[in-house]
Design a protein. Structure first.
Length: 94
């Protein structure tokens, strides 16, 4: 786990308290406790993406590890590219 410092730990802890279930598991009908605040769009050092709560989601360790592995293997999928465009991290299509 990366350590982004006390400010991140405080924000992460508050977010997990407010969103205690893994959103990926919920999508499959399972209620699993979240332990990780994941950046939907990888921030890659961009402070705007790091701190944008609309870019956060609560995940369990298993779902976070699966997502991270998939991203490393496949790169960004279309959904993530669309989110990056919405957040201003990529230029509009066309």
């Amino acid at each position: 786990m990366r350590d982004y410092g006390w400010r991140w730990r405080r924000a992460r802890d508050a977010y997990v308290r407010a969103h205690p279930l893994c959103v990926a598991c919920l999508a499959t009908g399972r209620a699993v406790a979240a332990r990780v605040v994941d950046h939907v769009v990888p921030h890659e050092g961009d402070d705007a993406l790091l701190w944008a709560e609309r870019n956060w989601q609560s995940l369990c360790h298993a779902c976070h590890n699966a997502k991270t592995t998939r991203q490393a293997r496949e790169g960004l999928d279309e959904r993530e590219q669309a989110l990056q465009r919405a957040l201003g991290a990529l230029p509009p299509e066309g």
